[in-house]
Design a protein around this ligand. Structure first.
Ligand code: MEV
Length: 380
């Protein structure tokens, strides 16, 4: 729940901003402690050959109403103007009710690759015959993450090395509120020796797929034409979208703008942003051509309606999410109760960030916008 602030956030001191967050979120923990850089000893436990901590500014985006709830959104990013721009876009969306988002269940795929099979079809039948046992083995060491199904596929090597036919045994796994990578990999490794035995083949890879197409998130919003600057701007934004839909050179930059928002929330909440990026871009190319992750149209009333859909594997439990004090704090600011809710917030930020960018590009241009913002900052 957002508290009405007398001053705008960008006019406040850091202390005043923290106070605003305390009131808006009712966080009782010591915020200063949670915002402290990670102690070196923790970093040294997390990665190898650690030499220090790389710090990135963290701010908050405001004005977001998603599914009727107000959110203060933490974003970690080194690029100026991103947070101001997304907050402005969210303010415009608010006029027409904010963002409507929905997310699929947290279903992911774990792949076990089997090669060296004389008869792949025969091996598939044998695996399916042992499906129940394989699922039981996958689930034997897991508490909340659950393998719910097992599928098999035959695949022919399309690489120039011509390695022949292979079998893919795919675990379908509900990771619930976790991103799930560790649990999925553990399950794949657990069933691998049995898969090899059953098929009399050689297991090579056993790993999750970061292309989580069963874990899609969608978000829509309508932006009032007058708030955007008039119907001419709406038309110019549609031209911008036409270019992003039709040309990969523009689509990559357009989607980079989307990811400015999504990655910044991912970073603030310690998500695996590399996995998110890889999945998002593969999804952008799902029909064979790399396209815009967002789509835009004019409504009957002449307003601008936007939509975004992408796979988002994020978690609110497990991994470093709960071990990193600042990530924990970021999740507390958001007040999200589930991985699905976090994914919905991130998708709304992606849509808003894209609107902000293409609106600026369709009018005064991004550099002119940046310059104005900086002039305001440095005139103080
Ligand atoms: C800059 O970080 C992002 C933009 O280039 C995105 C876009 O062109 O849509 C402004």
């Amino acid at each position: 729940m957002t508290v009405m602030a007398e001053k705008k956030l960008h006019e406040m001191s850091r202390e005043e901003r923290l106070d605003y967050i305390r009131k808006a979120t009712r966080i009782s923990d010591d915020i200063e402690v949670m915002l402290r850089p990670l102690p070196f000893e923790d970093a040294n436990r997390m990665i190898e050959n650690a030499i220090g901590i790389m710090s990135i500014p963290m701010g908050v985006a405001t004005n977001f109403v998603i599914n009727g709830r107000e959110y203060v959104i933490p974003m970690a990013i080194e690029e100026p103007s991103v947070i101001a721009a997304v907050s402005k876009a969210a303010k415009i969306a608010k006029v027409k009710g904010g963002f409507i988002a929905e997310a699929n269940d947290s279903i992911m795929i774990g792949q076990v690759q089997v090669v060296g099979l004389g008869n792949v079809k025969h091996a598939m039948t044998k695996i399916l015959r042992n499906k129940k046992q394989l699922l039981a083995i996958a689930n034997s060491n897991s508490r909340s993450v659950t393998a719910v199904d097992l599928q098999v596929r035959q695949l022919r090597d399309k690489s120039p090395n011509n390695m022949g036919n292979m079998l893919l045994v795919e675990l379908v796994i509900d990771t619930k509120d976790a991103m799930g990578a560790n649990a999925i990999n553990t399950m794949c490794e657990a069933i691998a020796p049995y898969v090899a035995k059953i098929t009399d083949g050689e297991v090579v890879l056993k790993i999750l797929s970061n292309y989580s197409t069963k874990r899609l998130v969608r978000c829509t919003a309508t932006f009032d034409k007058e708030e955007l600057g008039g119907s001419q701007i709406v038309k110019r934004i549609l031209y911008a979208y036409a270019l992003a839909y039709s040309d990969a050179y523009r689509a990559v930059t357009h989607n980079k703008g989307v990811m400015n928002g999504i990655d910044a929330v991912a970073l603030a909440t310690c998500q695996d942003f590399r996995a998110i990026e890889a999945g998002a871009h593969a999804y952008a190319a799902r029909d064979g051509t790399y396209r815009s992750l967002t789509s835009w149209r004019r409504t009957k009333e002449g307003d601008l309606a936007g939509e975004i859909e992408l796979p988002l594997a994020v978690g609110v439990v497990g991994g470093v999410v709960n071990a990193h004090p600042t990530a924990k704090f970021a999740l507390q600011i958001l007040g999200v109760k589930s991985a699905k809710e976090l994914a919905m917030v991130m998708t709304a930020v992606g849509l808003a960030q894209n609107l902000a960018a293409i609106r600026a590009l369709s009018s005064e241009g991004i550099q002119a916008g940046h310059m104005k913002l900086h002039a305001r900052k440095f005139s103080k």
